[in-house]
Design a protein around this ligand. Structure first.
Ligand code: FE
Length: 341
């Protein structure tokens, strides 16, 4: 090791509050379902500081899970990074993660945002909120539960029951209200849809702005991305949207996560833990969240200004992410059984 590498290692150790004797030689193989330039910059920063070569494989979450399963004990993957507690719980249910014991991660990541056995940790938060076309009378639309109210007949755009964000949202409704009430809610919501589910979250927002429907359900970062776009047409779409932050008088807005865990057969498990601890540092939290227009999982770290402009402060549902993530299968069954295509 060169003295430059030693200095970097000491700098990283100091940054993370780790003993300087931490060894971070070699490689780290990341399988990630996130695809942001800022993430790549962070991997470079970790590589620079820790003296570890970071190799990145990008794909969709489901494809990466299948790949890790197929590779089995010979998998080179050390860390799996993905959005949504549902995806993390899918990987956990398949036995893909090993438990990580880290005082740093336990101290910095709130307990409701990490797996109780240390299988994965959240690094950012996003919320799934209601978006209404400016000028539409949304009186009485204050809770997710209200989306099933017949007064909103033929007004709602939302994507399919196969979408993991919706499965996690319905998982949170099961956690709050039980299965029977959630089934009735799904029937009401389906009855209020302005069209059969199609397209992605951005597609729902655009449909509201275009007048195809009046109400959409979408993740916070999609509206933020439109608002920050260089394309004036996207900015105009964002400006046509009013945000309803649901359930402010009770459990709060449904919050989901992006997270990561160390894989069961990780060849470089020590580096993997060091990388997760790096992601929990103030600097990495700021960059990881800012680039994706999300909120950092670590409390007290600053987020992108656009989030204050669009959403401000709001009450967040602090139900355990592993709980609604684990309910996603049940959620999907209830959605499909009650007509959500
Ligand atoms: Fe997304």
């Amino acid at each position: 090791m060169t003295s430059r590498q030693t200095l970097r290692r000491l700098a990283l150790a100091a940054l993370l509050g780790l003993p300087a004797s931490v060894h971070a030689d070699g490689e780290l193989n990341l399988y990630t379902a996130r695809h942001y330039d800022t993430d790549t910059a962070l991997y470079d920063a970790f590589e620079e500081t820790a003296g570890v070569t970071v190799n990145v494989i990008e794909d969709k979450a489901g494809a990466l899970i299948e790949r890790i399963k197929a590779e089995g004990v010979n998998s080179p993957a050390d860390v799996f990074v993905t959005a949504d507690a549902g995806n993390l719980m899918n990987a956990a249910a398949d036995g893909l993660f090993q438990p990580t014991v880290s005082e740093t991660l336990e101290a910095r990541i709130p307990a409701n945002l990490r797996h109780p056995d240390g299988l994965w940790f959240a690094f950012t938060k996003r919320a799934r909120v209601i978006m209404v076309r400016e000028g539409v009378d949304a009186t009485g639309l204050e809770r997710y539960e209200d989306l099933a109210d017949p007064r909103f007949d033929d007004t709602i755009c939302i994507r399919s029951s196969g979408n993991v964000y919706n499965q996690s949202l319905v998982g949170s409704l099961i956690a709050a209200n039980g299965e029977e009430a959630t089934a009735a809610w799904v029937r009401g919501l389906v009855g209020n849809m302005a069209r059969e589910p199609e397209s992605n979250d951005t597609g729902q927002i655009k449909a509201v702005a275009a007048g195809e429907c009046e109400i959409a359900v979408a993740n916070t970062y999609y509206l933020a991305r439109l608002a920050r776009s260089d394309d004036p047409a996207n900015v105009a779409i964002a400006e046509a949207i009013d945000v309803v932050l649901p359930n402010q008088g009770d459990r709060g807005v449904h919050v989901n996560i992006s997270g990561a865990g160390v894989l069961a057969h990780a060849p470089n498990a020590g580096n993997a833990v060091l990388f997760l601890e790096f992601l929990a540092s103030d600097e990495a939290q700021r960059a990881f969240a800012e680039g994706a227009n999300e909120w950092p999982a670590v409390e007290g770290v600053a987020h992108a200004e656009i989030l204050d402009e669009l959403y401000g402060d709001f009450v967040q549902d602090d139900v355990d992410a592993w709980a609604f993530g684990a309910d996603r299968g049940k959620a999907q069954d209830i959605m499909e059984a009650n007509g959500w295509k």
